[in-house]
Design a protein around this ligand. Structure first.
Ligand SMILES: [Ca+2]
Ligand SMILES: [Ca+2]
Length: 139
């Protein structure tokens, strides 16, 4: 067996392995948008259907060096059980919403603005951490 045959055999094996593994991976995360990871026990406010699962991606802000987590539910928002808005906006004595999420203007349709209304909800956490979700809440 010469080197070319070995390389072609290896390539064929890798291709077959990729074809066999891709469908199961895609199936497990089929409800998540590309780049998002199916997450259990993540951002509770993004879990609109209440199954404990969300789709999340965390990246480093190039300006602050802080962590930014985008979170969406693992299923499209159900029009019958959800409505636009950020999680609990009742304000405490200091004037901050009790949920910590404030509405914020966003590029329409850019993740995580799934409902495409140019508004997301952002929660600031200590240590330059931010959590960003779409402005959908349960009715
Ligand atoms: Ca969920
Ligand atoms: Ca939105």
């Amino acid at each position: 067996m010469n080197k070319g045959v070995v390389v072609r055999t290896l390539a064929a094996f890798l291709l077959a392995a990729a074809l066999l593994t891709v469908p199961s991976t895609a199936q497990a995360q089929s409800a998540c948008d590309p780049g998002f990871t199916l997450t259990s026990g993540g951002v509770a406010e993004a879990d609109l259907n209440g199954d404990g699962l969300t789709c999340e991606v965390t990246s480093i802000d190039s300006v602050t060096g802080g962590l930014i987590t985008l979170a969406l539910d693992n299923a499209p928002a159900d029009q019958a059980s959800t409505t636009f808005g950020c999680p609990d906006q009742h304000r405490d004595a200091a004037g901050n919403p009790s949920s910590g999420f404030n509405p914020f203007p966003w590029d329409p349709g850019m993740e995580p603005d799934r409902n495409n209304n140019a508004i997301v909800c952002i929660k600031e956490l200590p240590g330059f951490r931010e959590v960003i979700i779409d402005d959908n809440v349960r009715k």
